[in-house]
Ligand binder design. Structure first.
Ligand SMILES: Cc1ncc(COP(=O)(O)O)c(C=O)c1O
Length: 365
């Protein structure tokens, strides 16, 4: 069936390469691969299958439904649920062998009434993210109370960094120091967690003492750096490449207004190509101000506001024809457009760019 529309090309071989690069970087510490939000827009099932083939130790999603989707697709690897514990869904979680996040005294109270099958949990301590997790001051009481509960396995102890991908690391280091205190408390209480973890991609690169015996990698696996303030030495490459076809070409005179608001006016007589991809597909709308696409290694300026389904580019006299596919971001035979470059220009992040790819673009693996 012919398809004339935006495409997201996902290179699973590159994903596997990135996984091996990260694995080597952390000297084979077990990896929990973060595949939440449809694997950051890359396709949770396909990405999880590929990582399972590489022997990843754990997968992490956000919701129980995301976990069930992976189980239904035949994924056997351990799956951790980052979301707030939902007592109403314990049975379902247990049935699908999902490992749960326990992050408050109320969560423990609800777990006490559970008399079903064996359930694995990771205890979350808040060291400065101020999101989920028990505050440091209550950590000892929390750990003690957790050990009193039957039917659950205290498999993990963890926390999450707020600033590990920034250049200034004093806050991240203070979080690490608090987490070290908690690890000491757990030793004093004689609780042996199989996995102790707090490193996300930023911390893997910036706070190397935070690796403990598991790391939680997301963005690095997808081949992008979490920010420009981490070392960019790892030879990872983007897994996702976003392209879209030219669907119309028109000659216009100098002074022609293009797109909504008429904010862009051509400076000379030129040719405008309409490209079928818009903000509903994941082309970030603010990118029109400085944005461009690539074709045969040449940049073509986005002219005027990006529409919901289409955008326009100035192609001048270039040889571009109906049906030609231009590069929106990623890397292919037409060149390379780094999502961090776009993110920096529009005050966004690589995370936002990949996770806001819409449902329309055809994903090609
Ligand atoms: C709790 C938690 N751990 C780990 C990660 C992975 O982060 P990154 O993609 O920066 O490696 C995330 C992602 O947001 C997260 O929410």
């Amino acid at each position: 069936m012919s398809y004339l529309g935006p495409k997201v090309h996902i290179d699973l071989q590159q994903l596997k390469k990135n996984y091996q690069i990260v694995k080597k970087e952390v000297a084979d510490i077990p990896i929990m691969a973060t595949v939440k939000a449809n694997a950051y827009g890359h396709g949770a099932v396909e990405v999880s299958r590929a990582l399972e083939e590489e022997g990843v130790r754990y997968l992490a999603v956000f919701t129980i439904d995301e976990g069930i989707e992976l189980r239904d697709a035949g994924i056997k690897t351990d799956i951790f649920i980052y979301a707030k514990f939902d007592p109403k869904r314990i049975e379902e979680a247990s049935k699908h062998k999902l490992t749960l996040n326990i992050s408050s005294f109320d969560d423990l109270k609800a777990l006490k009434t559970y008399d079903g099958n064996h359930l694995k949990v990771h205890l979350k301590i808040d060291t400065g993210m101020t999101r989920l997790g028990v505050p440091l001051e209550q950590a000892e009481a929390f750990l003690k109370e957790a050990t009193q509960i039957n039917n659950i396995e205290l498999e993990g102890l963890y926390s999450h960094f707020a600033t590990a991908d920034e250049g200034e690391l004093s806050y991240a280091n203070s979080q690490l120091s608090k987490f070290n205190d908690i690890v000491e408390i757990s030793k004093k209480l004689d609780i042996s967690f199989a996995f102790i973890h707090c490193s996300n991609s930023g911390a893997i690169l910036n706070v190397q003492d935070s690796r403990f015996n598991m790391i939680r990698a997301g963005m690095l696996l997808y081949g992008a750096f979490p920010s420009d303030e981490v070392p960019h030495d790892l030879p990872i490459k983007p897994v996702m490449t976003f392209t879209a076809p030219v669907v119309e070409i028109r000659d216009v005179k100098a002074g022609t207004h293009i797109s909504y608001g008429g904010v862009y006016k051509t400076k000379s007589d030129t040719r405008i190509a309409v490209v079928q991809a818009g903000f509903a597909d994941g082309v970030p709308r603010p990118w029109y101000i400085e944005g461009f696409v690539k074709f045969k290694n040449q940049d073509f300026k986005i002219t005027g506001r990006i529409c919901m389904d289409q955008l326009m580019i100035d192609i001048g006299s270039a040889e571009i024809n109906y049906g030609d596919e231009v590069l929106i971001f990623g890397s292919n035979e037409h060149g390379n457009i780094d999502i961090n470059h776009i993110a920096n220009k529009i005050d966004s992040t690589s995370y936002v760019l990949v996770t806001t790819i819409g449902i329309r673009p055809k994903r090609i693996y």
